[in-house]
Design a protein around this ligand. Structure first.
Ligand SMILES: Nc1ncnc2c1ncn2[C@@H]1O[C@H](COP(=O)(O)OP(=O)(O)OP(=O)(O)O)[C@@H](O)[C@H]1O
Length: 465
Protein backbone atom coordinates (compact mmCIF):
# COMPACT_ATOMS: atom_id res chain seq x y z
CA UNK A 1 0.00 0.00 0.00
CA UNK A 2 2.84 2.36 0.84
CA UNK A 3 3.91 2.01 -2.78
CA UNK A 4 0.45 2.74 -4.15
CA UNK A 5 0.25 6.29 -5.48
CA UNK A 6 -3.13 8.00 -5.58
CA UNK A 7 -3.90 11.39 -7.07
CA UNK A 8 -6.95 13.39 -5.96
CA UNK A 9 -8.27 15.96 -8.43
CA UNK A 10 -10.75 18.49 -7.05
CA UNK A 11 -10.89 22.28 -7.16
CA UNK A 12 -12.34 22.28 -3.64
CA UNK A 13 -9.24 22.25 -1.43
CA UNK A 14 -11.18 21.34 1.73
CA UNK A 15 -12.55 18.11 0.20
CA UNK A 16 -9.18 17.31 -1.36
CA UNK A 17 -7.33 17.72 1.95
CA UNK A 18 -9.94 15.65 3.79
CA UNK A 19 -9.78 12.72 1.36
CA UNK A 20 -5.98 13.00 1.15
CA UNK A 21 -5.59 12.94 4.95
CA UNK A 22 -7.76 9.83 5.21
CA UNK A 23 -5.96 7.92 2.45
CA UNK A 24 -2.52 8.90 3.79
CA UNK A 25 -3.62 7.60 7.19
CA UNK A 26 -4.56 4.32 5.46
CA UNK A 27 -1.00 4.08 4.17
CA UNK A 28 -1.26 5.31 0.55
CA UNK A 29 1.05 7.88 -1.02
CA UNK A 30 -1.24 10.75 -2.00
CA UNK A 31 -0.86 13.65 -4.46
CA UNK A 32 -3.28 16.49 -5.11
CA UNK A 33 -4.35 18.46 -8.19
CA UNK A 34 -6.70 21.44 -8.41
CA UNK A 35 -8.24 20.60 -11.83
CA UNK A 36 -8.03 18.16 -14.76
CA UNK A 37 -5.13 19.96 -16.45
CA UNK A 38 -3.09 20.10 -13.26
CA UNK A 39 -3.89 16.39 -12.69
CA UNK A 40 -2.69 15.34 -16.17
CA UNK A 41 0.62 17.09 -15.56
CA UNK A 42 1.11 15.58 -12.08
CA UNK A 43 0.25 12.06 -13.29
CA UNK A 44 3.10 12.25 -15.79
CA UNK A 45 5.61 13.28 -13.13
CA UNK A 46 4.54 11.01 -10.26
CA UNK A 47 3.76 7.63 -11.88
CA UNK A 48 0.33 7.41 -10.25
CA UNK A 49 -1.61 4.09 -9.97
CA UNK A 50 -5.10 5.39 -9.23
CA UNK A 51 -6.96 8.67 -9.65
CA UNK A 52 -9.94 9.97 -7.67
CA UNK A 53 -11.62 12.89 -9.39
CA UNK A 54 -14.48 15.31 -8.90
CA UNK A 55 -16.62 15.77 -12.01
CA UNK A 56 -17.13 19.52 -11.70
CA UNK A 57 -13.79 21.26 -12.17
CA UNK A 58 -12.59 24.36 -14.06
CA UNK A 59 -10.33 24.17 -17.18
CA UNK A 60 -10.52 20.41 -17.92
CA UNK A 61 -13.65 18.95 -16.23
CA UNK A 62 -14.03 15.41 -14.86
CA UNK A 63 -15.35 13.50 -17.93
CA UNK A 64 -12.97 15.26 -20.32
CA UNK A 65 -10.15 14.56 -17.91
CA UNK A 66 -11.01 10.83 -17.68
CA UNK A 67 -11.14 10.57 -21.50
CA UNK A 68 -7.74 12.24 -21.85
CA UNK A 69 -6.30 10.12 -19.07
CA UNK A 70 -7.57 6.88 -20.64
CA UNK A 71 -6.06 7.85 -23.98
CA UNK A 72 -2.76 8.68 -22.33
CA UNK A 73 -2.51 5.99 -19.60
CA UNK A 74 -5.30 3.38 -20.00
CA UNK A 75 -3.99 1.27 -17.12
CA UNK A 76 -4.68 3.92 -14.45
CA UNK A 77 -7.79 3.15 -12.39
CA UNK A 78 -10.20 6.08 -12.06
CA UNK A 79 -12.89 6.68 -9.45
CA UNK A 80 -15.15 9.68 -9.98
CA UNK A 81 -17.48 11.53 -7.62
CA UNK A 82 -19.88 14.41 -7.77
CA UNK A 83 -22.82 15.87 -5.91
CA UNK A 84 -25.20 14.83 -8.68
CA UNK A 85 -25.26 12.40 -11.60
CA UNK A 86 -28.13 10.65 -13.37
CA UNK A 87 -27.77 7.18 -14.84
CA UNK A 88 -27.05 8.63 -18.32
CA UNK A 89 -24.07 10.47 -16.91
CA UNK A 90 -22.95 7.40 -14.95
CA UNK A 91 -23.11 5.36 -18.15
CA UNK A 92 -21.01 7.99 -19.98
CA UNK A 93 -18.50 7.91 -17.18
CA UNK A 94 -18.20 4.14 -17.34
CA UNK A 95 -17.90 4.37 -21.12
CA UNK A 96 -15.16 6.98 -20.73
CA UNK A 97 -13.29 4.40 -18.67
CA UNK A 98 -14.08 5.25 -15.04
CA UNK A 99 -13.92 2.22 -12.76
CA UNK A 100 -16.53 3.48 -10.29
CA UNK A 101 -18.76 6.46 -9.60
CA UNK A 102 -19.71 7.71 -6.12
CA UNK A 103 -22.37 10.25 -5.30
CA UNK A 104 -21.50 12.93 -2.73
CA UNK A 105 -21.76 12.84 0.23
CA UNK A 106 -19.91 9.54 0.47
CA UNK A 107 -18.35 7.59 3.25
CA UNK A 108 -14.55 7.56 3.29
CA UNK A 109 -14.41 3.89 4.27
CA UNK A 110 -16.65 3.18 1.28
CA UNK A 111 -14.29 5.16 -0.95
CA UNK A 112 -11.37 3.10 0.30
CA UNK A 113 -13.22 -0.16 -0.44
CA UNK A 114 -13.55 0.98 -4.07
CA UNK A 115 -9.90 2.03 -4.13
CA UNK A 116 -8.91 -1.49 -3.01
CA UNK A 117 -11.28 -3.12 -5.51
CA UNK A 118 -10.01 -0.87 -8.29
CA UNK A 119 -6.42 -1.81 -7.55
CA UNK A 120 -7.31 -5.52 -7.39
CA UNK A 121 -9.20 -5.21 -10.66
CA UNK A 122 -6.20 -3.46 -12.20
CA UNK A 123 -3.74 -6.18 -11.20
CA UNK A 124 -6.27 -8.79 -12.28
CA UNK A 125 -6.70 -7.25 -15.73
CA UNK A 126 -2.96 -6.84 -16.15
CA UNK A 127 -2.50 -10.48 -15.37
CA UNK A 128 -5.20 -11.61 -17.78
CA UNK A 129 -3.67 -9.52 -20.55
CA UNK A 130 -0.17 -10.75 -19.89
CA UNK A 131 -0.75 -14.45 -19.55
CA UNK A 132 -3.36 -17.15 -19.32
CA UNK A 133 -4.30 -17.85 -15.70
CA UNK A 134 -2.43 -20.61 -14.04
CA UNK A 135 -4.84 -23.36 -13.11
CA UNK A 136 -3.70 -26.04 -10.72
CA UNK A 137 -2.58 -22.94 -8.87
CA UNK A 138 -3.99 -21.78 -5.57
CA UNK A 139 -5.61 -18.61 -6.81
CA UNK A 140 -7.43 -17.65 -9.95
CA UNK A 141 -6.69 -14.17 -11.25
CA UNK A 142 -5.06 -13.39 -7.89
CA UNK A 143 -8.32 -13.07 -6.01
CA UNK A 144 -10.32 -16.31 -5.99
CA UNK A 145 -8.50 -18.37 -3.43
CA UNK A 146 -8.65 -22.12 -2.95
CA UNK A 147 -6.56 -25.25 -3.28
CA UNK A 148 -9.15 -27.93 -2.55
CA UNK A 149 -10.14 -30.27 -5.38
CA UNK A 150 -13.53 -28.56 -5.55
CA UNK A 151 -11.92 -25.15 -6.11
CA UNK A 152 -9.40 -26.43 -8.64
CA UNK A 153 -12.27 -27.97 -10.61
CA UNK A 154 -14.09 -24.64 -10.37
CA UNK A 155 -11.05 -22.71 -11.69
CA UNK A 156 -10.88 -25.06 -14.64
CA UNK A 157 -14.59 -24.63 -15.37
CA UNK A 158 -14.39 -20.83 -15.13
CA UNK A 159 -11.56 -20.76 -17.63
CA UNK A 160 -13.50 -22.98 -20.05
CA UNK A 161 -16.77 -21.03 -19.92
CA UNK A 162 -15.12 -17.60 -20.06
CA UNK A 163 -14.28 -17.91 -23.73
CA UNK A 164 -17.88 -18.69 -24.75
CA UNK A 165 -20.84 -16.31 -24.73
CA UNK A 166 -23.19 -18.80 -23.06
CA UNK A 167 -25.38 -17.80 -20.17
CA UNK A 168 -24.07 -18.99 -16.82
CA UNK A 169 -26.09 -19.71 -13.69
CA UNK A 170 -24.08 -19.52 -10.46
CA UNK A 171 -25.67 -21.31 -7.53
CA UNK A 172 -24.37 -21.36 -3.99
CA UNK A 173 -25.01 -20.15 -0.48
CA UNK A 174 -24.55 -16.50 0.41
CA UNK A 175 -20.87 -15.49 0.68
CA UNK A 176 -19.47 -18.38 -1.39
CA UNK A 177 -18.05 -16.01 -4.00
CA UNK A 178 -20.68 -15.92 -6.77
CA UNK A 179 -20.02 -12.29 -7.65
CA UNK A 180 -16.28 -12.89 -7.54
CA UNK A 181 -16.67 -15.78 -9.98
CA UNK A 182 -18.94 -13.71 -12.26
CA UNK A 183 -16.28 -10.96 -12.42
CA UNK A 184 -13.57 -13.54 -13.10
CA UNK A 185 -15.56 -14.96 -16.02
CA UNK A 186 -15.95 -11.45 -17.43
CA UNK A 187 -12.29 -10.55 -16.86
CA UNK A 188 -11.15 -13.70 -18.66
CA UNK A 189 -13.58 -13.25 -21.56
CA UNK A 190 -13.25 -11.31 -24.79
CA UNK A 191 -15.71 -8.83 -23.32
CA UNK A 192 -13.30 -7.70 -20.58
CA UNK A 193 -12.67 -4.31 -22.23
CA UNK A 194 -16.38 -3.47 -21.89
CA UNK A 195 -18.51 -3.04 -18.76
CA UNK A 196 -19.32 -5.62 -16.13
CA UNK A 197 -22.66 -4.37 -14.77
CA UNK A 198 -24.09 -5.98 -11.60
CA UNK A 199 -27.79 -5.76 -10.67
CA UNK A 200 -29.09 -7.07 -7.37
CA UNK A 201 -32.66 -8.11 -8.27
CA UNK A 202 -33.60 -8.61 -4.60
CA UNK A 203 -32.47 -5.20 -3.47
CA UNK A 204 -34.24 -3.05 -6.09
CA UNK A 205 -37.96 -2.46 -5.43
CA UNK A 206 -40.15 -4.52 -7.82
CA UNK A 207 -41.75 -1.45 -9.38
CA UNK A 208 -38.33 0.02 -10.28
CA UNK A 209 -36.52 -3.09 -11.45
CA UNK A 210 -37.96 -3.11 -14.98
CA UNK A 211 -36.87 0.46 -15.66
CA UNK A 212 -33.52 -0.20 -13.96
CA UNK A 213 -32.93 -3.11 -16.35
CA UNK A 214 -34.40 -1.80 -19.59
CA UNK A 215 -34.42 1.99 -19.07
CA UNK A 216 -37.40 4.30 -19.52
CA UNK A 217 -38.53 7.29 -21.51
CA UNK A 218 -39.32 10.64 -19.95
CA UNK A 219 -42.85 10.80 -18.51
CA UNK A 220 -43.50 7.04 -18.72
CA UNK A 221 -44.38 6.93 -14.99
CA UNK A 222 -44.51 9.32 -12.05
CA UNK A 223 -40.94 10.21 -11.23
CA UNK A 224 -39.60 9.51 -14.74
CA UNK A 225 -38.43 13.09 -15.14
CA UNK A 226 -35.85 12.26 -17.79
CA UNK A 227 -35.15 9.49 -20.28
CA UNK A 228 -32.70 6.97 -18.77
CA UNK A 229 -30.88 4.03 -20.21
CA UNK A 230 -31.03 0.77 -18.32
CA UNK A 231 -28.35 -1.63 -17.12
CA UNK A 232 -28.76 -3.86 -20.18
CA UNK A 233 -27.60 -1.00 -22.38
CA UNK A 234 -24.81 -0.08 -19.95
CA UNK A 235 -23.59 -3.66 -20.33
CA UNK A 236 -23.77 -3.62 -24.14
CA UNK A 237 -20.91 -5.76 -25.55
CA UNK A 238 -20.02 -6.55 -21.94
CA UNK A 239 -21.53 -8.68 -19.17
CA UNK A 240 -24.68 -8.21 -17.09
CA UNK A 241 -24.63 -9.91 -13.70
CA UNK A 242 -28.18 -10.63 -12.48
CA UNK A 243 -27.66 -11.37 -8.80
CA UNK A 244 -30.47 -12.95 -6.71
CA UNK A 245 -32.46 -13.74 -9.86
CA UNK A 246 -34.79 -16.01 -7.85
CA UNK A 247 -36.31 -12.86 -6.35
CA UNK A 248 -37.52 -11.48 -9.69
CA UNK A 249 -41.32 -11.27 -9.85
CA UNK A 250 -43.04 -13.43 -12.53
CA UNK A 251 -44.23 -10.54 -14.73
CA UNK A 252 -40.65 -9.33 -15.11
CA UNK A 253 -39.40 -12.88 -15.67
CA UNK A 254 -41.51 -12.96 -18.86
CA UNK A 255 -40.00 -9.69 -20.10
CA UNK A 256 -36.48 -10.83 -19.30
CA UNK A 257 -37.08 -14.07 -21.18
CA UNK A 258 -38.21 -12.11 -24.24
CA UNK A 259 -35.06 -9.95 -24.16
CA UNK A 260 -32.84 -13.02 -23.83
CA UNK A 261 -34.59 -14.72 -26.75
CA UNK A 262 -34.73 -11.75 -29.11
CA UNK A 263 -31.61 -9.89 -27.98
CA UNK A 264 -33.59 -6.66 -28.09
CA UNK A 265 -35.47 -4.64 -25.51
CA UNK A 266 -38.12 -1.99 -25.20
CA UNK A 267 -37.49 0.72 -22.58
CA UNK A 268 -40.47 1.36 -20.27
CA UNK A 269 -42.91 3.70 -22.04
CA UNK A 270 -41.22 3.34 -25.42
CA UNK A 271 -42.57 1.71 -28.55
CA UNK A 272 -39.24 1.28 -30.29
CA UNK A 273 -36.92 -1.64 -29.70
CA UNK A 274 -33.15 -1.50 -29.17
CA UNK A 275 -30.69 -4.26 -30.02
CA UNK A 276 -28.34 -5.34 -27.22
CA UNK A 277 -25.36 -7.64 -27.19
CA UNK A 278 -24.99 -8.72 -23.57
CA UNK A 279 -23.63 -11.82 -21.92
CA UNK A 280 -25.76 -12.83 -18.95
CA UNK A 281 -24.40 -14.33 -15.76
CA UNK A 282 -27.16 -15.00 -13.23
CA UNK A 283 -26.77 -16.01 -9.59
CA UNK A 284 -28.96 -17.20 -6.79
CA UNK A 285 -28.72 -18.73 -3.36
CA UNK A 286 -32.21 -20.20 -3.68
CA UNK A 287 -33.10 -23.61 -5.06
CA UNK A 288 -34.36 -22.60 -8.52
CA UNK A 289 -35.31 -26.16 -9.50
CA UNK A 290 -37.65 -26.28 -6.51
CA UNK A 291 -39.01 -22.85 -7.40
CA UNK A 292 -39.70 -24.11 -10.91
CA UNK A 293 -41.57 -27.11 -9.45
CA UNK A 294 -43.68 -24.81 -7.27
CA UNK A 295 -44.23 -22.44 -10.24
CA UNK A 296 -42.51 -19.52 -8.47
CA UNK A 297 -39.89 -19.38 -11.23
CA UNK A 298 -40.66 -19.81 -14.93
CA UNK A 299 -39.40 -23.07 -16.32
CA UNK A 300 -38.60 -21.57 -19.76
CA UNK A 301 -36.52 -18.81 -18.16
CA UNK A 302 -34.76 -21.34 -15.95
CA UNK A 303 -33.65 -23.37 -18.98
CA UNK A 304 -32.60 -20.21 -20.80
CA UNK A 305 -30.33 -18.98 -17.98
CA UNK A 306 -28.95 -22.32 -16.81
CA UNK A 307 -27.13 -23.19 -20.03
CA UNK A 308 -23.96 -23.60 -17.95
CA UNK A 309 -24.79 -24.21 -14.30
CA UNK A 310 -21.95 -23.74 -11.82
CA UNK A 311 -22.34 -24.71 -8.19
CA UNK A 312 -20.10 -23.00 -5.65
CA UNK A 313 -19.28 -25.20 -2.66
CA UNK A 314 -19.97 -23.87 0.84
CA UNK A 315 -16.85 -23.26 2.93
CA UNK A 316 -17.66 -26.08 5.38
CA UNK A 317 -17.29 -28.54 2.46
CA UNK A 318 -13.76 -27.33 1.73
CA UNK A 319 -12.27 -26.77 5.16
CA UNK A 320 -8.83 -27.47 3.70
CA UNK A 321 -8.97 -24.03 2.05
CA UNK A 322 -9.40 -22.23 5.39
CA UNK A 323 -5.67 -21.81 6.27
CA UNK A 324 -4.89 -20.42 2.80
CA UNK A 325 -7.86 -18.03 2.93
CA UNK A 326 -6.85 -16.86 6.41
CA UNK A 327 -3.25 -16.18 5.44
CA UNK A 328 -4.31 -14.32 2.34
CA UNK A 329 -6.82 -12.16 4.29
CA UNK A 330 -4.22 -11.55 7.02
CA UNK A 331 -1.78 -10.37 4.40
CA UNK A 332 -4.38 -8.13 2.80
CA UNK A 333 -5.64 -6.52 6.01
CA UNK A 334 -2.27 -6.31 7.78
CA UNK A 335 -0.78 -4.64 4.78
CA UNK A 336 -0.68 -1.18 6.30
CA UNK A 337 1.99 0.32 8.53
CA UNK A 338 -0.52 0.58 11.38
CA UNK A 339 -1.74 -2.99 11.45
CA UNK A 340 0.72 -5.83 11.48
CA UNK A 341 -0.81 -9.08 12.67
CA UNK A 342 1.71 -11.80 11.92
CA UNK A 343 -0.44 -14.92 11.96
CA UNK A 344 -2.81 -17.18 13.77
CA UNK A 345 -1.83 -19.90 16.24
CA UNK A 346 -2.82 -23.55 15.87
CA UNK A 347 -5.49 -23.50 18.61
CA UNK A 348 -7.35 -20.65 16.87
CA UNK A 349 -6.86 -22.25 13.46
CA UNK A 350 -8.32 -25.55 14.72
CA UNK A 351 -11.40 -23.79 16.03
CA UNK A 352 -11.90 -21.98 12.73
CA UNK A 353 -11.41 -25.16 10.71
CA UNK A 354 -14.13 -26.86 12.73
CA UNK A 355 -16.64 -24.04 12.63
CA UNK A 356 -19.45 -24.48 10.11
CA UNK A 357 -19.33 -21.01 8.46
CA UNK A 358 -22.99 -20.23 7.68
CA UNK A 359 -21.82 -16.93 6.10
CA UNK A 360 -19.09 -18.75 4.12
CA UNK A 361 -16.01 -16.85 2.86
CA UNK A 362 -17.61 -13.44 3.51
CA UNK A 363 -17.93 -14.32 7.20
CA UNK A 364 -14.30 -15.51 7.37
CA UNK A 365 -13.06 -12.40 5.53
CA UNK A 366 -15.00 -10.09 7.87
CA UNK A 367 -13.76 -11.97 10.93
CA UNK A 368 -10.11 -11.62 9.90
CA UNK A 369 -10.53 -7.92 9.09
CA UNK A 370 -12.08 -7.35 12.53
CA UNK A 371 -9.34 -9.39 14.25
CA UNK A 372 -6.58 -7.41 12.52
CA UNK A 373 -8.13 -4.10 13.60
CA UNK A 374 -8.79 -5.20 17.18
CA UNK A 375 -5.51 -7.02 17.70
CA UNK A 376 -3.22 -4.54 15.90
CA UNK A 377 -0.10 -6.71 16.17
CA UNK A 378 1.15 -10.15 17.21
CA UNK A 379 -0.55 -13.50 16.62
CA UNK A 380 -4.27 -14.29 16.84
CA UNK A 381 -4.97 -16.95 19.46
CA UNK A 382 -8.13 -18.83 20.48
CA UNK A 383 -8.88 -16.30 23.24
CA UNK A 384 -8.98 -13.45 20.73
CA UNK A 385 -11.82 -15.06 18.78
CA UNK A 386 -15.43 -14.00 19.44
CA UNK A 387 -17.37 -16.52 21.54
CA UNK A 388 -19.29 -18.18 18.75
CA UNK A 389 -16.07 -19.36 17.12
CA UNK A 390 -14.87 -20.83 20.41
CA UNK A 391 -17.54 -23.50 20.37
CA UNK A 392 -20.18 -21.54 22.30
CA UNK A 393 -23.67 -21.30 20.95
CA UNK A 394 -24.13 -18.15 18.88
CA UNK A 395 -26.71 -15.80 20.28
CA UNK A 396 -29.71 -15.15 18.08
CA UNK A 397 -31.73 -11.97 18.44
CA UNK A 398 -34.71 -13.88 19.75
CA UNK A 399 -34.79 -17.52 20.79
CA UNK A 400 -38.50 -18.18 20.22
CA UNK A 401 -41.61 -16.32 19.17
CA UNK A 402 -45.12 -17.30 20.22
CA UNK A 403 -47.88 -17.09 17.66
CA UNK A 404 -50.82 -15.10 19.15
CA UNK A 405 -54.11 -17.09 19.31
CA UNK A 406 -55.76 -14.80 16.78
CA UNK A 407 -52.72 -15.06 14.45
CA UNK A 408 -50.80 -12.16 12.91
CA UNK A 409 -49.56 -10.91 9.54
CA UNK A 410 -46.36 -12.87 8.88
CA UNK A 411 -45.06 -10.55 6.17
CA UNK A 412 -45.30 -7.36 8.19
CA UNK A 413 -43.89 -9.10 11.28
CA UNK A 414 -40.87 -10.33 9.30
CA UNK A 415 -40.44 -6.87 7.74
CA UNK A 416 -40.59 -5.20 11.15
CA UNK A 417 -38.11 -7.72 12.61
CA UNK A 418 -35.68 -7.05 9.74
CA UNK A 419 -36.05 -3.27 10.11
CA UNK A 420 -35.36 -3.43 13.84
CA UNK A 421 -32.20 -5.49 13.35
CA UNK A 422 -30.91 -3.22 10.58
CA UNK A 423 -31.47 -0.13 12.72
CA UNK A 424 -29.80 -1.78 15.72
CA UNK A 425 -26.77 -2.69 13.61
CA UNK A 426 -26.51 0.90 12.37
CA UNK A 427 -26.89 2.25 15.88
CA UNK A 428 -24.17 -0.08 17.18
CA UNK A 429 -21.80 1.09 14.44
CA UNK A 430 -22.71 4.81 14.68
CA UNK A 431 -24.21 4.69 11.20
CA UNK A 432 -21.20 3.05 9.51
CA UNK A 433 -22.84 0.98 6.76
CA UNK A 434 -19.81 -1.18 6.08
CA UNK A 435 -19.51 -2.29 9.72
CA UNK A 436 -23.29 -2.67 10.07
CA UNK A 437 -23.29 -4.94 6.99
CA UNK A 438 -20.56 -7.03 8.64
CA UNK A 439 -22.68 -7.42 11.79
CA UNK A 440 -25.63 -8.54 9.68
CA UNK A 441 -23.48 -10.72 7.43
CA UNK A 442 -24.76 -8.86 4.38
CA UNK A 443 -22.98 -7.30 1.43
CA UNK A 444 -22.57 -3.56 2.06
CA UNK A 445 -24.37 -2.80 -1.22
CA UNK A 446 -27.28 -5.08 -0.23
CA UNK A 447 -27.62 -3.18 3.06
CA UNK A 448 -27.58 0.17 1.21
CA UNK A 449 -30.25 -1.02 -1.25
CA UNK A 450 -32.35 -2.34 1.64
CA UNK A 451 -32.13 1.05 3.38
CA UNK A 452 -33.25 2.76 0.17
CA UNK A 453 -36.02 0.25 -0.45
CA UNK A 454 -37.31 0.47 3.11
CA UNK A 455 -36.72 4.24 3.28
CA UNK A 456 -35.09 3.79 6.69
CA UNK A 457 -33.18 6.77 8.03
CA UNK A 458 -29.81 6.13 9.59
CA UNK A 459 -29.48 6.80 13.29
CA UNK A 460 -26.34 8.84 14.15
CA UNK A 461 -23.96 9.85 11.41
CA UNK A 462 -20.80 8.36 10.00
CA UNK A 463 -17.72 9.98 8.49
CA UNK A 464 -19.12 11.60 5.37
CA UNK A 465 -18.13 14.53 3.22
N1 LIG B 1 -12.66 -18.14 -3.00
C1 LIG B 1 -12.57 -16.91 -2.48
N2 LIG B 1 -11.36 -16.34 -2.35
C2 LIG B 1 -11.25 -15.10 -1.81
N3 LIG B 1 -12.27 -14.33 -1.42
C3 LIG B 1 -13.50 -14.84 -1.54
C4 LIG B 1 -13.73 -16.15 -2.09
N4 LIG B 1 -15.05 -16.38 -2.10
C5 LIG B 1 -15.64 -15.27 -1.59
N5 LIG B 1 -14.72 -14.35 -1.26
C6 LIG B 1 -14.97 -13.04 -0.66
O1 LIG B 1 -16.14 -13.17 0.13
C7 LIG B 1 -17.00 -12.04 -0.03
C8 LIG B 1 -18.34 -12.53 -0.56
O2 LIG B 1 -18.18 -12.94 -1.92
P1 LIG B 1 -19.32 -12.67 -3.02
O3 LIG B 1 -19.96 -11.34 -2.80
O4 LIG B 1 -18.75 -12.96 -4.34
O5 LIG B 1 -20.35 -13.82 -2.55
P2 LIG B 1 -21.80 -14.14 -3.10
O6 LIG B 1 -21.89 -15.61 -3.20
O7 LIG B 1 -22.07 -13.32 -4.33
O8 LIG B 1 -22.71 -13.62 -1.89
P3 LIG B 1 -24.30 -13.23 -1.90
O9 LIG B 1 -25.07 -14.46 -2.29
O10 LIG B 1 -24.55 -12.84 -0.46
O11 LIG B 1 -24.47 -12.10 -2.85
C9 LIG B 1 -16.31 -11.09 -0.98
O12 LIG B 1 -15.66 -10.07 -0.25
C10 LIG B 1 -15.30 -11.96 -1.72
O13 LIG B 1 -14.18 -11.21 -2.07
Amino acid sequence: MENTKILIADDDKKTRDFVAAFLSYKGYQVFQASDGQDALEKIEINDVNLVITDLMMPRVNGIEFIKKLKAMRPEIVTIAYSAFANSEMTANLLKAGAFFYLEKPFNLEELETHVRRGLEHHSLQNQSFRSKPCIKNRTLLNNIIGESDKMLALFELIEKVASSDSTVLLQGESGTGKELVARAIHDLSNRRQKNFVPVNCAAIPDELLESELFGHVKGSFTGAIATRIGRFEMADKGTLFLDEIGDMKPSLQVKLLRVLQNRELEPVGSTTTKKVDVRIIAATNQNLEKMVATKEFREDLYYRISVIPIILPPLRERQGDIPLLISSFLERFSNSKYQKVRGIDSSALNLLRNYDWPGNVRELENLIERMVILKGSGTISANDLPEKYRGRKATTPQESITLPDNGFCLNSAVEEFENQLILQALEKTSGNKKEAAILLNLKRTTLIEKLKKKKLSIPGSSMTI
